[in-house]
Write a protein that binds this ligand. Structure first.
Ligand code: PMP
Length: 326
């Protein structure tokens, strides 16, 4: 569907997947007005297809649009677009399990011109791709690199938006993490470089204590990390399971100390792609440590199972989070 200044949204179409023709002076190529979302359509135990809290993706997409001076797509149009695509591609939705049809809604400027200003033409599209289980061979904890040199987002910047540029800015740190033998980057705040923000494409959670009395904490939303929908859902699922939860400020020293004295027992990352990923070890320029015994923790796995059960219709949807698409 297109948007043109003065005309608004128009010309919605369902088309076969095909390359786009791009003018060399397309404004997106130069000034990066581009935002996206990611969500998964899961086969439900009753045979239908549903996605998880798509209204939240639609609202986050609107907030991203405002931050990038782009037009807001109505929530209903966003939902209608993914519904049409999933109905068309229903044969690509795998059976019940961790496999899914990944949906990628995105919007970019289509105006041609070299002046730096908000474009007056945009295109919103959704593409889909079957996605396998994130850990086909069983859950494997990831190793993380604490990035002290590079930051992903600065106060007043676009860190809270799902804007393409945020990901471009993170690539060198991801390469640095790989050079240190780590799977993922953990981002710190831009000012003091000590407050934990989030991981490459996932939010972080820390488990304090163990068993039913465990407390589950996540870095508070500071304006420089992405407000993940999985993050938000887990706060409520954890409470439903009887755990205490909190949104806090947590520093790299808190993490290292808590790990050493046993107050922090498990750490995991969460997001649409990997659902929940245990963090097994941490490395920085100055230090390194193993999280707990380096294996997936009990609370982590319990939360993972509870979330996936809701997403695939195996558990009661007590918060009304599932949205049937087909
Ligand atoms: N942080 C970043 C930077 C991300 O790209 C993502 C993936 N959208 C997340 C966190 C997790 O968000 P969600 O749970 O909505 O997928």
């Amino acid at each position: 569907i297109k948007w043109t200044e003065g005309r608004g949204w128009h010309d919605a179409q369902l088309e076969p997947y095909a390359p786009l023709q791009i003018d060399p002076a397309n404004m997106t190529l130069h000034y990066a007005q581009t935002i996206f979302e990611g969500l998964k359509a899961y086969r439900q135990t009753d045979g239908s297809v549903a996605t998880f809290r798509p209204e939240e993706n639609a609202r986050r997409f609107q907030r991203s649009a405002r931050r990038l001076a782009m037009p807001e797509l109505p929530v209903e149009t966003f939902i209608e677009a993914i519904t049409l695509l999933v109905r068309q591609d229903e044969a690509w939705v795998p059976g019940v399990g961790e496999e899914s049809l990944y949906l990628r809604p995105f919007m970019f400027a289509t105006e041609v011109g070299l002046g730096v200003r908000p474009a007056d033409e945009y295109l919103f599209m959704v593409i889909a791709s079957p996605a396998g289980a994130y850990f086909p061979g069983g859950i494997k904890p990831v190793s993380v690199w604490l990035s002290e040199e590079y930051v992903r987002a600065a106060p007043g910047g676009t860190g809270e938006a799902k804007a393409g540029g945020n990901y471009a800015a993170s690539l060198v740190a991801q390469a640095e993490a790989a050079e240190h033998g780590c799977d993922q980057v953990v981002w710190l705040d831009a000012i003091e470089r000590r407050w934990i923000e989030e991981m490459g494409g996932m939010n972080l959670y820390f488990v304090e204590g163990s068993g039913p009395g465990a407390r589950i904490v996540t870095p508070e939303l500071t304006g420089t990390l992405l407000p993940g929908i999985t993050r938000d859902s887990l706060l409520r699922i954890a409470e439903d399971l009887g755990y205490r939860t909190a949104e806090v400020r947590i520093s790299t020293e808190d993490w290292e100390r808590g790990n050493a004295d046993g107050t922090i027992t498990e750490v995991f990352a969460c997001g649409t792609a990997a659902v929940i990923t245990p963090v097994g070890s941490v490395k920085s320029a100055r230090s390194r440590w193993t999280v707990g015994d380096g294996e997936p923790g009990e609370v982590t796995m319990r939360l993972r199972e509870a979330l996936l059960a809701v997403q695939t219709g195996r558990a009661e949807d007590r918060h009304g989070w599932l949205h049937r698409l087909a």
